[in-house]
Design a protein around this ligand. Structure first.
Ligand code: GAL
Length: 830
């Protein structure tokens, strides 16, 4: 009897639990028109934010800005090599806390899209693969290979189980509504023949076997097996249709800008073009769109891929590297998002009718339950086109989409930007008196130049062989640096004895430093996207023993392509001494080579705050232009909440740490090419990543983000390892904030203006409603204007962090102009 009652209680308890979890569960399904949340089609506007590219302290504010920007979902990849740096040793701490990241998304009331991969590309080191994978016997990545599939399954299962354990799938009441397996495999699948096809099927089966209760996607995979949804990545995806009529049209990567390489200009994608791409996608039946990236962030430590991806992963995204809205992009897209979401029902349930006007001009009308939404899409890059739509004339600017949410009123056009442009300023970190910029005081010490000792050994070397080895096979990427050292004797009478000859080194990059007989000979690095190069320098050889020490340094491992296990780095040879005049060569490639991984300063923990080797830092005679030097300084935390950067102009190349945390590789001495920066950026072109560049002829990246979370209230320690040689004389810590804002908004819109970091508007420098002329910073009044614009705006905005201005004669006064359209131009100071 007692047992029965106990059972009943248990059953009831279980039923109650089941009820609670089912009650909070969300059913995610789909059909050809959209993703359905609890049976209702839902327009999903999502943004990629990668958790390791910011800090947990930044996450909430990034999500709030995404939500305020009109998004309802956040997407992220999962970064395998960050989580499993060594086989079965996992790290989910700090900014790798995936569970916390997803929970924070949930707390903000947003959906999550989890792209597990585990290959991710993402301009991330080695595309997310742990480098140790390539040591597994007979492994071939991303194909029907047992060793690879085994590892992929172990890691993927771990992630799925972790999410499930925390109830993070929508089917369990969590925010994750979609999951992705693999990444753009379709782009390279042909290289693997039948094995590639079998692998895709295996990926689909693996995903299905997890039973996560939410749909799976495969991007750029035209042959994705059902029920995998194949999706599109690109600058434009309006022409895409999935491979099954019951799959919705999903755009997993809408590239909001582009990434940057060391030595390249800054890429920009205009707000108008990006909005146009979004407008076209939803005009032509889109249901889910994800910006890649919405916030790009920072490649801390050695996480940047490449080779040669910069530390900044700003991406020209709607939120900049530091999380500040990148205006006018953020605001222009927000206006579109708000509008699209207001008409989502009509879009996703409505009857669709397309009208082709010719000349690349079309209209699409959606009608549902008496409501009507129309898109007027002009894909003509040269012509503004006027059409008669349902008895009314509309002029649609070239390369733009107009949205009529009631099939009548033009509420939005992608080429007409009615949001503010923010002008960011950098402010120096101030000394205690609050007036003077804080002057950094530096100490320094030498990095050890490794060479073979008298006894023929190198302390802490890892390997001696009679051949040249691939860098990764020795370092496993535990360091960027690998020393290759050899020694040879020259007897009297040897034709090389006492001669100046050429040292010839063939390397797969990315950087090479050479020392002969402890003397620095030279440095060379990969240029123009060619990572394999030959180093040649004259060297003086002596009679007796000669030593050669070569340091090869990597600058991010490749992240894209097929056959990752074949990636080559470092010195593969030959290494030769050549007397060109006498036409004789001495090949050292099969000499005895001694290998040492990494640099001594790291072994001594000079980059950390509390180290056993605090002494031997010198305050005097700070060296300039000397390679292989450590610099150290301290600085107080800047007041306020504005993002903090360190400007490293003056330095060469190396790595920087703040309070022991790596803020990434730096290379301010590498300048972007002089050409390719247009004076004016035309939005009306099919974007490809190289138009609209800026920063020509300037340092590729001089400012490096120091997240506030890395700082403390006391003294902060900044350490630099300088590999090329430079000077820290002008290095300064700064904050970044919005200094002033400008806007040029159309009649009939609501203009939102805002400062940043708690700052308020202190002055309205210019305001004119009518026919103002000029651009931001040089606005001029037209011949007519409304009388109250300036006083109205002063009243609304001064002393406030944000304000909204209704752009109309009703509020700003009669303009007395006779133009067809009036505009409001404003310049305000924060
Ligand atoms: C895609 C890839 C992304 C990212 C992007 C370029 O091909 O899926 O991970 O690398 O290109 O930023």
């Amino acid at each position: 009897m007692a047992t029965t009652r106990c059972c009943c209680v248990l059953v009831l308890g279980f039923a109650a639990l089941l009820f609670v979890s089912l009650a909070s569960a969300t059913e995610v399904s789909y059909d050809g028109r959209g993703i359905k949340i609890d049976g209702e089609r839902k327009l999903i506007l999502s943004g990629a934010i990668h958790y390791p590219r910011s800090t947990p302290e930044m996450w909430t504010s990034l999500f709030k800005k995404a939500k305020e920007g009109g998004l309802n979902a956040i997407e992220t990849y999962v970064f395998w090599n960050a989580h499993e740096p060594l086989p079965r040793q996992y790290d989910f701490s700090g900014n790798l806390d995936l569970v916390r990241f997803i929970k924070t998304i949930h707390d903000e009331g947003l959906f999550a899209i989890l792209r597990i991969g585990p290959y991710v590309c993402a301009e991330w080191n080695y595309g997310g693969f742990p480098v140790w994978l390539h040591n597994i016997q007979n492994i071939t990545f991303r194909t029907n290979n047992e060793a690879y599939k085994n590892e992929m399954k172990i890691f993927t299962t771990l992630i799925v189980d972790m999410m499930r354990h925390e109830n993070l799938f929508a089917s369990q009441g969590g925010p994750i509504i979609l999951a992705q397996i693999e990444n753009e495999y379709g782009n390279i699948m042909w290289k693997y023949g039948q094995d590639g096809k079998d692998y895709v099927q295996w990926c689909a089966d693996l995903a299905q076997s997890f039973n996560i209760g939410v749909p799976w996607i495969m991007c750029q995979q035209g042959d994705a097996p059902q029920p995998m949804i194949n999706t599109c990545n690109g600058f434009y995806c309006d022409q895409f249709s999935p491979n099954n009529e019951n799959s919705p049209k999903i755009w997993t990567e809408n590239w909001s800008g582009w990434f940057k390489d060391w030595g390249s200009q800054d890429p920009h994608r205009t707000a108008q073009d990006l909005a146009f791409a979004v407008g076209r996608f939803f005009q032509l039946g889109g249901s889910l769109m994800n910006y890649y990236m919405y916030h790009g962030g920072t490649n801390f430590g050695h996480t940047a891929g490449g080779p040669y991806i910069t530390t900044s992963y700003d991406y020209d995204a709607p939120l900049d590297e530091y999380g500040i809205p990148h205006q006018p992009k953020w605001g222009h897209l927000k206006n579109l998002h708000v509008l699209l979401r207001a008409v989502e029902k009509t879009l996703l349930y409505g009857y669709r009718r397309d009208i082709d006007y010719g000349n690349w001009m079309s209209a699409t009308v959606y009608s549902y339950e008496g409501k009507c939404v129309a898109f007027l899409g002009n894909s003509n890059r040269k012509l503004d086109i006027t059409v008669d739509f349902q008895g009314k004339n509309y002029t649609v600017p070239k390369w733009s989409v107009t949205v009529l949410p009631d099939c009548y009123t033009e509420v939005y056009n992608t080429a007409k930007v009615n949001s503010q442009t923010s002008i960011l300023v950098k402010r120096p970190n101030q000394a205690d008196d609050g007036r003077e910029p804080y002057k950094l005081k530096w100490v320094w010490r030498k990095e050890r130049i490794e060479d073979i000792k008298k006894n023929g050994l190198v302390p802490d070397s890892v390997l001696t062989t009679n051949k040249l080895l691939d860098q990764l096979s020795v370092t496993n990427d535990t360091s960027d640096y690998l020393w290759y050292m050899t020694r040879f004797d020259l007897q009297p009478g040897d034709p090389f004895c006492g001669k100046v000859v050429t040292l010839h080194v063939h390397t797969y990059g990315h950087v090479l430093h050479a020392f002969v007989n402890s003397k620095f000979i030279g440095t060379q690095f990969a240029k123009d996207g060619k990572y394999e190069f030959v180093f040649e320098k004259n060297v003086q050889l002596k009679q007796g023993t000669n030593d050669i020490s070569l340091v090869s340094a990597t600058v991010g491992l490749p992240n894209y392509g097929a056959y990752f296990e074949d990636v080559k780095t470092g010195i593969h040879g030959p290494v030769q001494l050549i007397d060109y005049a006498a036409n004789i060569t001495k090949d050292l490639s099969s000499n005895e080579w001694i290998y040492k991984v990494g640099i001594e300063g790291i072994r001594m923990q000079l980059n950390l705050v509390h180290t056993p080797h605090q002494h031997y830092w010198h305050a005097e005679a700070l060296p300039t232009n000397r390679p292989f030097v450590w610099y150290k300084t301290t600085f107080p935390s800047p007041l306020g909440t504005d993002p903090v950067v360190v400007d490293l102009l003056g330095l060469g190349k190396g790595e920087a740490w703040v309070n022991g945390k790596s803020i990434g590789r730096y290379w301010p001495s590498l300048y972007a090419g002089k050409d390719g920066c247009p004076y004016k950026c035309d939005y009306n072109q099919s974007y490809s990543g190289s138009q609209c560049q800026t920063n020509c002829g300037q340092s590729t990246q001089r400012c490096y983000h120091i997240p506030r979370e890395f700082l403390n209230n006391r003294e902060n320690v900044l350490v630099l390892f300088e590999e090329f040689g430079g000077t820290p004389d002008v290095v300064s810590v700064q904050t970044i904030t919005v200094g002033s804002v400008c806007a040029n908004a159309n009649d009939g819109t609501n203009l939102e203006l805002s400062c940043q970091g708690g700052r308020v508007f202190s002055d309205i420098k210019f305001a004119s409603f009518g026919e103002p002329q000029g651009t931001c910073g040089s606005f001029k009044r037209g011949s007519c204007e409304a009388p109250w614009a300036l006083s109205f705006i002063k009243n609304r905005c001064l002393g406030r962090e944000k304000c909204v201005i209704p752009v109309s004669e009703y509020w700003l006064g009669p303009t007395g102009c006779h133009a067809a359209e009036y505009r409001l131009a404003v310049e305000a100071v924060c």
